[in-house]
Design a protein around this ligand. Structure first.
Ligand SMILES: [Zn+2]
Length: 95
């Protein structure tokens, strides 16, 4: 860890802002905006001052977006129902 980074960390401590480790832990909830507003603000302020975490959040956002893209789509129950009926009819009404 560089001296500059140590100074930044000390400054965050003085300002009552989360450390880089905490920002990493909050990353998911921060991107989902699931944190309480004071924590959202604190993480936001940390990000403005910290290049490392900006990069981390940007990379995290990309990964999270990819994760969502590959998530299995949920079949909605109505579709399942009509698919079931279709199959029953195909089978000649016998279940
Ligand atoms: Zn940081």
């Amino acid at each position: 860890m560089s001296v500059k980074h140590k100074m930044i960390r000390a400054m965050f401590g003085l300002m009552g802002l989360p450390t880089c480790e905490e920002v990493e832990q909050f990353a998911y909830d921060f991107l989902e905006e699931a944190l309480d507003s004071s924590t959202m603000k604190a993480v936001g302020r940390h990000l403005r001052a910290c290049k490392n975490c900006q990069r981390f959040i940007a990379a995290y956002r990309k990964t999270a977006a990819l994760g969502k893209m590959f998530e299995k789509p949920q079949l909605d129950p109505e579709f399942k129902e009509s698919l079931f009926e279709f199959l029953v009819q195909k089978a000649g009404g016998r279940v």
